[in-house]
Design a protein around this ligand. Structure first.
Ligand code: ATP
Length: 426
């Protein structure tokens, strides 16, 4: 099936799979490496996805040499923005659509299971050997003498053909138990199976409780990646079954996510939505400080904390309301981020209460006066709490379906302010 990548036309076949934009940049990188007499390769997921003919705009590049100085010079020649990460000897080049991550080819040695490896610079063979699975351990040569030739020392193409996830060596899961999570994730994504020996090693690693050496942050990072997959519930079920949710509850379930018909009007953070529901199932013994250790980006962390608060407060309060109680519904839900409300609707509430949230999201969420505080100050209404009260009053009129022009809103505002002054002459 994949013989096209090894015949005489292999390079042309690969080139035909690359988008014009990606091809141009890879050619530039290869030419630049030729000038510097360095070997350079695209590696990992990008090569796997290329062979599977799936678009991937996260491209990892490995340089047999110093990646930091390579990127610094490359970026200055092509006037590109870049960033060096000294600690990891890696660098990033920013382009509009494509992410390029550069690193020096390296060898990794694991001194003790579950800890981070010791790293030494080495060649492309060692760099590919340190990887998780054979399908992720292929490279695409970018130098002109081997342009677009696939480097496949470990049978990655054969395993893609056989639809299997296979570890590089027997100690793989022991060295780095996060690979247990990655194995399930890739198997799920591609509809692959764990290769026979890999499956045995997987079960053995679970039996030996290898995941117990992993920190909250490392497990959470794998869970976050799982939440980005289509239908993560199946993978979460596997994690539960294999007791891989250390630090969390072992019986977490995520139901399939049925679209609510509001997704297109909201650009919600799906990962945060899953985290909210996931964490809402933790037992009372779960420490809230653990949330700070998840390594979530600040914006997601804020949404998760707010969402968990919504899980405590909203369900009972919603019982008392109907979709016609616009003002009460608005004030109840407005305080919470979209992600918390969606998590409630997707996973927690019954249909009637979920519909109240959907109604709010579709019809009430964006209701606001046309005028703002500055308009009021321009009308000689001085700054103060009453500005907020006036704007709230106008919002409530709009929530009661009054249609008002800007002029009408201003008239109402002036009248309200006059009433306030009348009641509280200063
Ligand atoms: P995705 O499509 O999910 O981004 P990816 O294969 O690009 O998948 P990354 O997590 O971005 O995965 O990692 C890039 C590459 O780094 C992988 O293809 C793999 O070769 C290597 N890699 C990542 N994590 C590990 C690990 N825990 N052990 C060994 N190699 C790893």
């Amino acid at each position: 099936m994949y013989s096209q990548f090894f015949n005489n036309e292999a390079s042309a076949n690969i080139r035909s799979l690359l988008s014009k934009e990606v091809c141009e940049v890879l050619l530039k990188i290869g030419c630049f490496a030729d000038k510097k007499s360095l070997r350079v390769f695209a590696v990992g997921g990008f090569v796997r996805d290329l062979i599977l003919n799936k678009a991937n705009f996260d491209i990892d590049i490995v340089v047999e040499g110093d990646a930091k100085s390579f990127v610094t010079e490359l970026a200055s020649e092509f006037n590109a923005e870049f960033k060096i990460f000294d600690r990891f000897h890696t660098a990033k080049i920013y382009s509009e659509k494509i992410n390029f991550d550069f690193s020096s080819s390296r060898k990794e040695t694991y001194k003790c299971p579950g800890a981070l490896p010791e790293v030494t610079f080495s060649n492309i063979y060692d760099d590919l050997f340190r990887r998780d699975f054979t399908i992720n351990a292929m490279a695409l040569s970018l130098n002109s003498d081997n342009l677009f030739k696939i480097v496949d020392y470990f049978g990655g193409i054969k395993d893609l053909e056989a639809s299997v996830i296979k570890v590089m060596h027997k100690k793989s899961f022991e060295d780095d138990p996060t690979r247990l999570y990655r194995a399930l994730r890739f198997a799920h994504r591609f509809g692959f199976k764990l290769e026979e020996e890999t499956n045995y090693l997987f079960k053995q690693a679970i039996k030996d409780k290898r995941v117990s050496s992993l920190s909250v942050k490392r497990i959470a990072s794998e869970i976050s990646k799982i939440f980005k997959e289509d239908m993560p519930e199946t993978i979460i079920e596997e994690l539960t079954k294999n007791k891989m949710l250390k630090h969390f509850a072992h019986n977490v379930r995520i139901p399939p996510l049925e679209p609510l018909g509001v997704e297109d009007i909201l650009s919600a953070d799906l990962e945060a939505i899953y985290w909210i529901y996931f964490l809402s199932q933790m037992p009372p013994t779960f420490k809230s400080e653990t949330i700070d250790q998840l390594g979530l980006p600040h914006s997601s962390r804020v949404k998760v904390l707010d969402g968990l608060d919504a899980f405590k407060k909203i369900p009972a309060a919603l019982e008392e309301l109907t979709c016609h109680d616009h003002i009460k519904l608005y004030y109840l839900l407005k305080k919470h981020c979209i992600e918390g409300l969606l998590a409630l609707s997707y996973f927690k509430l019954n249909k009637t209460n979920s519909e109240k949230i959907i109604y709010y999201l579709k019809n009430l969420r964006l209701i606001a006066p046309v005028i703002n505080g500055k308009d009021l100050i321009d009308c000689n209404i001085p700054a103060g709490q009453h500005i907020k009260n006036i704007l709230n009053y106008i919002t409530e009129l709009r929530l009661e379906n009054k249609s008002l022009s800007k002029l009408e809103e201003l008239e109402i505002a002036k009248q309200l302010y006059a009433n306030i002054q009348h009641k509280n002459p200063s």
